[in-house]
Design a protein around this ligand. Sequence first.
Ligand SMILES: [Zn+2]
Length: 108
Amino acid sequence: MIVRCEMCFTDIGTCDPATLRTPLTGAMFGPLRAGYFPPFPVDASWEGLLCPICGKRAVGHDPDRPETFRTDRILTPEGYFVVEGAGKRGRTDGLTDGKSGAKGGVHG
Ligand SMILES: [Zn+2]
């Protein structure tokens, strides 16, 4: 699954949704494609998940509630993906299952 920076909307890396757990760390993210560097240091904590393109934190922003953080959510080209392990079941926000053929628009 592609991971997209929430600030500059650049595709910066990949992850396996099945292995994502909160708290997110850099080790959970891989390079965008072969030959690329992973987007985050492997020992980065959630606060250290800084976008290699714009330098801002690439995850955890909530456009609807800027005063809060979302430590359990990442942005993908298909929409937000909510990670399991934050005290509630994993679910998707505006993320289609990809099999229906109905491609939703990207947030923002
Ligand atoms: Zn960015």
